[in-house]
Design a protein around this ligand. Structure first.
Ligand code: FAD
Length: 408
């Protein structure tokens, strides 16, 4: 018997006051009632809040003891802001900076366009902390500092997650939300481009900080692209991705890579002149399978966030997709829609935007585009607005009706 399931049952269900009777059928009911969410980032927290608010018994397992910095540009698109608002997260009170402009810089040229939707930026540490707090307030049983090692079957209808200390958690339904980290047996395909991403915080010189006050700047250089934008407390986030072979040409060292980016993109050199680097080392991740969309799933396993789809970073839409997929999966589960069907519908709903984003990312990652794009944008800044709109995952794209489930 999974003792954890018994404890949860005794503590949290409406029948908690009744004396638990230890029979196999009762165990089955308990496990069936339980929803296990693996990963307490954006998608995991959002799904857990949605389900707990509908009275489901949710356990969320997050490997970090407390929220920490994550590799992310920390740009919140209009769709993300709306989803966060519905979850009860007020980003303004958390110190989010409004972002009104997008600027594209390559070589010595830069072009600017107003964003066609409201946007903001907020550190992931602040956002994740608020989401976990909201999940706890909604009644989610949050287990922090626990790492899932294996997710397998304990029976035909029961999933079993094994944690680092060998203990297990069982549930009929699991939401897989471990973000960039794959669990054994549920891995996404390899990333053939071998992308590496870095994040570093800077305190810019006052004149440069004023220049990016409400702007998100995208910078192009050989082998990748990066973005710089303000986050709370007057800090700037520099987040960049590069293919392994280009990083190797900088000796695989951050300092050399940063110098090379500035050499290839003088706009970045201007921004960083006199800046103070605020972290001892950049935060880095590897294996980012851009363009991946999970084709299907197994019964009782809803894959959300980066485990469902990975959009190229420059769109700044990953958080929105994480929230969107979490909301759709919660609605599907509440409507008793089988996970394989949900996953296939989600895929077809996301496909167009994902392919457009990939197409645009490939376009940016080419020498000719780097040379001419900022010039073109000066002539027709509307192209940036159009690209921004096309690469958004439209909320209407969800083929799952949320309404009946929300009323379930
Ligand atoms: C370079 C880069 C820049 C980006 N910039 C932006 C941007 O500006 N705006 C934007 O909207 N999106 C951006 N994204 C995308 C965005 O960060 C992700 O799409 C989003 O975080 C996905 O949310 P998630 O919940 O799936 O994963 P996460 O938020 O990463 O959460 C996953 C959680 O699972 C936990 N976990 C992992 N493994 C285990 C385990 N074994 N057991 C228990 N817990 C585990 C982790 O600790 C983590 O808290 C960027 C991505 C990259 C790579």
């Amino acid at each position: 018997m999974n003792t954890y399931a018994v404890e949860r049952y005794n503590l949290s269900t409406e029948s908690a006051k009744e004396k638990p009777v230890r029979t196999p059928s009762l165990k089955r009911i308990r496990v069936q009632d339980e929803v296990l969410i693996l990963g307490g980032g954006v998608a995991g927290c959002a799904a857990s809040i949605a389900l707990a608010r509908k009275g489901r018994h949710v356990t969320l397992i997050e490997r970090e003891e407390t929220p920490r910095h994550k590799v992310c540009g920390e740009f919140l698109s209009g769709e993300a802001l709306e989803d966060l608002r519905l979850l009860g997260i007020d980003v303004t009170s958390l110190g989010a900076v409004p972002i009104n402009y997008v600027r594209l810089a390559a070589a010595r040229r830069a072009a600017q366009a107003p964003l066609p939707f409201p946007a903001a930026s907020l550190t992931r540490k602040a956002l994740d902390r608020a989401l976990v707090a909201e999940a706890i307030a909604a009644g989610v049983n949050v287990e922090r500092g626990r790492s899932v090692q294996v997710l397998g079957r304990a029976g035909t209808d029961v999933w079993q997650a094994t944690l680092e200390d060998g203990t297990t958690r069982e549930a009929a339904t699991v939401f897989l939300a471990t973000g960039k980290h794959d669990l054994r047996g549920h891995a996404r395909p390899a990333d053939p481009q071998r992308w590496i991403a870095f994040k570093m915080y800077f305190r810019l010189a006052p004149a440069q900080a004023a220049e990016i006050a409400h702007a998100s700047e995208l910078m192009l250089y050989p082998g990748g692209y990066g973005g710089i934008q303000p986050v709370e407390e007057g800090i700037a986030n520099l987040c960049c991705v590069v293919q392994q072979r280009y990083l190797a040409s900088s000796g695989n060292r951050w300092e050399q890579f940063l110098a090379k980016m500035q050499q290839d993109c003088p706009h970045l050199a201007m921004r960083l002149a006199g800046a103070e680097q605020l972290l001892a080392r950049p935060i880095a991740i590897t294996h980012i399978p851009y363009g991946y969309i999970r084709p299907t799933s197994e019964d009782g396993l809803y894959c959300i966030g980066d485990q469902a789809a990975v959009i190229p970073s420059f769109t700044g839409d990953g958080i929105s997709i994480a929230l969107h997929t979490a909301r759709c999966a919660a609605a599907a589960y509440l409507a008793a829609e089988p996970a394989p069907l949900f996953q296939a519908k989600l895929r077809s709903g996301l496909l167009t935007q994902m392919r457009l984003a990939e197409f645009a990312a490939d376009g940016l990652n080419n020498a000719f585009a780097r040379a001419v794009l900022p010039f073109c944008l000066k002539v027709w800044p509307g192209v940036m607005r159009v690209t921004a709109k096309l690469t958004r995952v439209a909320h209407g794209a969800a083929v799952i009706s949320l309404q009946p489930a929300a009323e379930a």
